[in-house]
Design a protein around this ligand. Sequence first.
Ligand code: MG
Length: 325
Amino acid sequence: MSDMKILEYIWLDGYQPEPSLRSKIKVTNEKTPPDWAFDGSSTQQAEGGCSDCLLLPVQTYDGPLFADNLVMCQVQTDEHETHPSNTRAAAAKVVSDEWWFGFEQEYFFTNDKGEPLGWEEGTPRPQGDYYCGVGSGNVAGRDISEEHLETCLAAGIELTGTNAEVALGQWEYQCFGKGVKAADDLWVSRYLLYKIAEDFGVGVNIHPKPKTGDWNGSGMHANFSNEEMRTKGSEQLHNSICEKLGKVHKEGIESYGSDNDMRLTGLHETQSIDQFTYGVFDRGASIRIPIYTVEHNWNGYLEDRRPASNADPYRIISHIVSTLN
Ligand code: MG
């Protein structure tokens, strides 16, 4: 039998304001995934001519679909220096494994015209029946969401739940991880979502406000904690963390995804983008202190509700940890 393995290399390109995912296949008999290269002139990561960029594997996953393994990579220049598009390198410098993150990734499935699934006959009934809904006409895309969940678990990515969201065709999954791997996992979970939806002829839209009007936008609430918050917490500690993040609110927003002003309006369970508030159980705050934390004698986590669905998780965790360290 051949000892050749099929490896699916995944990386982030140089597009602004947020990168897109790219991948290509390597067939090899090497035991560990080797460094590789790609043409950066086709991904906005190099000029033409001398355009090689380097792929350095940072995380390897079981391959539940086609390949034997999925290999998440970071990008270097041909001089072996951190590429300007490489936001992971900065995150890896500051985020240790004592930091735990739970991302609540919201998104819309879309049809071949780019409209949300379930909107084929025009604008559907107003919001109300869709959140955690059941029954034809109340949900669209459940089979894709379920296949995505199973696939992520088989890859070794810890999704902790999924649900249909407030708008028709809108979904959420929750992705838990420790240290910088939490952000690697979130990127690979997005990759798998796009790829599985491909098989259904369905698109994925992670823009924070695909539909204006009285429709919820998509966010990516970022739950976070460190050792002290989990085991030596107090009301004062959690409040002081919120205060620290509030002082750099503007920098936070810059790291939390583009077009977020369309979503953070003060309506639809959000705080306005130019205000910073925090509060116990408060879904209209910038940072919510969850009931879990209060009921566990202030040992727990906080939920930063500001990040948009299109945010780069490397930048989110870099901002939170470098502010609080
Ligand atoms: Mg949600």
